[in-house]
Structure formats: structure tokens, C-alpha cells
Design a protein around this ligand. Sequence first.
Ligand code: NAD
Length: 295
Amino acid sequence: MPAELIDGKVIAAGVRAEVAGEVATLKASGIVPKLAVVLVGDDPASAVYVAAKGRACVEVGMAESTIRLPATTSQGELMQLLDSLNADSTVHGILVQSPFPSQIDCSAVIRRIDPAKDVDGFHPVNVGKLMAGERDGFVPCTPAGIQELLRASNVATRGLDCVIVGRSNIVGKPMAALMVQDGPVANCTVTVCHRYTRDLAVHTRRADILITAVGRPGLITADMVKPGAAVLDVGITRIPDPTRKSGTRLVGDVDFDAVREVAGLITPVPGGVGPMTIAMLLRNTVRAAQRLATA
Ligand code: NAD
């Protein structure tokens, strides 16, 4: 029997509806949650992501402001902008869209954002809180969204082997930190694989939960998946497809059709993990507004 699909669009819509309710409650007490998004340069993919984030804010009733800076912006100018956003009490969440132009020091930018407004969850204070299992920080949106997909799919995670392929700071590492915690939708035995892992299949075949975030189409084949496993595919790669009007399509890291015959649960690409990322950004922003309101 083919694996059941985890429908990220439906689950993300549920999160958005819940956030919209929380926004309405905050507004009734005079607080309008607001996300400030900073875009440096004119990377076309970043412009698309930023526009989608802005639209999503408006849809749930939040305020948003997108600040577009030229690719020639200096480190000092960007720091000044972040200082003013940190000091602005009407702004609850701040996000600086990556990638940055080469003159910008990415880690210094992340450190400059007030951790209480760091809705991406990349500031070392929030990274540390996640590692320590403290719940008053911000968890990066994609791993938080994957945990939400597992929760909504009623996966009983306790004691399971969770194998994560990819060790980026935005997906793989925080995902591992989440799944190893002593708490709901966690308590897994976690393995993190990366480009130097000697025999990837030895690890992936043990996985009850397999999460892949690499960006390499076809990396995960059916023989690498344990029968009945939950497979969550974060990878997004645009490949040529002459059968499509656009001439391209998006694919994940997983050989979807073949793996679907082996797995128990699987996310499609697109429509799986992707929609959750923005939904969790909205949730983090409303949390920031709630916390700043009671601080
Ligand atoms: P990255 O691009 O920074 O790094 C890729 C990771 O894959 C590295 O940790 C590397 O060690 C590992 N890797 C490379 N080749 C490998 C191999 N052969 N075997 C095992 N591991 C290997 O990672 P990222 O920023 O997390 O992005 C990964 C993918 O996820 C990309 O396709 C990206 O577009 C996508 N992504 C999607 C979302 C979403 O919302 N759906 C969010 C973030 C990233």
C-alpha cells in the first residue's frame, strides 16, 4: 500500500487559522503584531520569498513592513537599521532574508537582532535555549514546521530512531536539537548525517523518521528507506521539465514515486514541508508580540 501523504498545505492552513485567532485577540487589546522583513540586494528568489511572507502576514491580520536595501548597503548601514527596528516598539519580529551580499557579515547581522524579536530563531541566544530545552526562545521555522507535521500526523515519536540528512544551522542542526528533547513530539534517538557520512544508506535504513534537507534530487532512493517509515523531505530543487508550461518543476531529495511504495507517511514536494515554514514564522511573530506585551 503506498504511503499516506502528509498534506502540508492543509496543516499549515490550520496553523494560520490559529494564528489569525491569536492576532485578533491581541488586536482587541490594542496590539497589532508586526513583522519587519529586511531584504538586501536583488536576488530574485529572495524577492519571491519576502513577498510571500508579507502576504501571509496580511492574510492573518498582522502588520508587515518590507525594507528593501540596495546590494551596495554597507555592514554599518544594515546594523543601524537593525538597531532602529530593535528599538521600535511597534515591531515584534525582525527577519533579514538570506543570502546576503558578500560585504555583509551574516553572523554579525544575526547577533545584532534583539533575541526577543528574532522570529527566525537564528540568534545564538535562541539556539542555546533550543539546545537547553528552554521553551521561551524561538525555534527556527522549518524544523518547527516539521515537528508540527509529525504532531498533526499523530506520529508517536517517543523512542523512535530519527535520522536527519543535512546539518545546516537553519534545518538539520535545530531539527536534531528538537527531536532529541524530552518533550512532546520528540524523545527520539537522533542521528545527523552530512556530506562526509561514510555510508548514508546504513543510517537511513534504520530511520523510523527520515528527514532530509540537502538539495540533491534523487538522493534518497527506495532501498534506503525502512518499510513504514515517516519520510519528510525538506529539499527544494528546480529541475527542467519540458512537459510543464514553465519548462521546470520543483523536486525534493527523495525519489518520491518509488519511496512512496515503501514508506508509511511521506511529504510531497511541493506542498509538504514548504508551506509550514511561513506558517511557523507567523506563529513565532505572534508569540513575540504576546511576550513583548506581557514583558
Ligand atoms: P545547505 O544547503 O546549507 O547544506 C546542505 C547540507 O547537505 C549540508 O549540511 C551537507 O553536509 C549535506 N549534504 C550534501 N551532500 C550530501 C550527501 N551526499 N549526503 C549527505 N548529506 C549531504 O542546507 P539547507 O540550507 O538546510 O538546505 C537544504 C535543502 O533544503 C535545500 O534544497 C533548500 O532549498 C531546502 N530548504 C527548504 C526549506 C523549506 O521551507 N521547505 C527551508 C530551508 C531549506
